[in-house]
Structures are given as C-alpha cells and as structure tokens.
Design a protein around this ligand. Sequence first.
Ligand code: ADP
Length: 256
Amino acid sequence: PSPGQPVLRCENISRWFGGVRALTDVSLAVDQGEIFGLVGPNGSGKTTLVNSITGFYPPQQGSIHFEGQKINGVRPHRIASLGIARTFQNVALFKGMSVLDNILMGRHAFMHPSALASLFYWWWAEKEEIRNRDKVEEIIDLLQLESVRDEPVEVIPLGMQKRVELARALAAEPRMLILDEPMAGMNQEEKEYIVRFILDAKEALNLTILIIEHHMDVITAICNRALVLNNGSMIAQGPVREAVNHPAVIAAYIGG
Ligand code: ADP
C-alpha cells in the first residue's frame, strides 16, 4: 500500500451466531508499521473480529481489505498465505515435537500446494530446506530460543511456549501479525519479556501488528492507536490514550 493507505481496513463488519449478534457495524483501519490495540470486556467481540479478519468466521455484513485486496470470503489458509499470521489465546503447539520442528511447521503450513508437490524434486526441496532453516535460525535467534530448540515443547515453561507460538507465526514471514492475548496466564517477568520480543520482532521484520490484550498498561505502553469494543459495538477508536480513557470505556469497564 502507498503511504497513508491502511494495510488492513474493515468496514461495517457485522457477525451473528444464531440469534446472538457478536459484532455490529465495526470499522477499523490499521496503518503500515503501527501497533493497533483491540480492547474490551470479555464477550465484547474481540476474538470474533480477529476470526473475521483471518477467515475463520467470515462476517455476514461488511468488507475487509488487506493491502488493497478484498479478503472477506477468502479461506483462512489463503489469507495466511497473503501475509497475515496470528497466534491464539490458548497455546496451540504440536505436543511431542521439538521447539525447532514447531517453528518449522509455521513455514510448511503456509506453503503453496504446488510448492509442496515440488518437494518430490530433490533439488527444489534441498534449496527450500536451506531457506527454511536459515529463516527459522534467524527467528530462534531473534526470540532467544536457542537453549530450548531441541526440547519437546510441552516441557518448557508457559512463557516460553508463548514465545514459540510467536516464532511459529513469524516463520511464515507475515507482514501483519495478529496477537490474541499474548500475555494471558503470564507472570510479570514473562509479560515484560513478551513485550520486548514483540517490539524487537516488529522492528527486525518490519511488521504491522494488531493485538488483543486485557492489560491496559501493556496496551498504552506499546500501541499507537486502539479500538474499544463493548457488546460487539465500537465505543471508542483513536490514539491509544484517548481511546482507553474515553468516558464510555471507563463506564463499560466499571459497569462490567
Ligand atoms: P471476546 O473475544 O471479546 O471475549 P468473543 O468474540 O469471543 O468476545 O465473543 C463475542 C460474542 O460472540 C459472545 O457473546 C460469544 O458468546 C459469541 N460467540 C463467539 N463465538 C461464537 C460461536 N462460535 N458460536 C456462538 N457464539 C459465539
């Protein structure tokens, strides 16, 4: 996108689950290189919005554009291959596999089917394997996972598992990263670590980030702008401090 053009643009998104209206007329625009916060009480529609953007729950109304291309109605794996990677609220790693192999999965999962077919050609496979390894090494280095690279993922601490998830998402070489409560269940030290790694990865890999986070201190510390949802509707959007200090937001939080 040209400068000033948003990388991600959602317009008037609405989504129902049966009779439950999870999102009502939600619009947002995320600019290249910014960290955009998605805030709101439990059940306010944050995850549904992320699931709409990533193709898991396409919205019944509204449009979503990524880098100028319409992506609502596009399947999740295709959206991933267009350059949007995400992490999940609950750690979803492949148990029994090493840290290294989990991160490598992040590359294979997004490989084009014709590229997978080419795996039969040893020359192609070997070249691709070297590129995969190089990329993964860079990410292991960036997220300081060297000491646990060969450990089965289930034996390492939760804070590190979260970091492996982040690494797996980055392995797909996304331009936009969506983080769903990356600090959930972490202690203060782990939280600070994850914030540092997110900021480092953003700089090193030139990412645009959309982040769902409950910790307001984290949101105000790292986000440029934020959108606050309540009951599936937008109650504030703008520069982060203005958005989170909006009277409607304070009322919603105290009321909730
Ligand atoms: P948040 O992420 O802010 O906690 P959610 O997006 O998970 O909120 O939920 C918003 C609303 O949508 C809630 O009322 C929730 O019960 C409903 N909802 C979300 N996903 C589903 C689903 N798959 N089926 C039915 N209702 C859902």
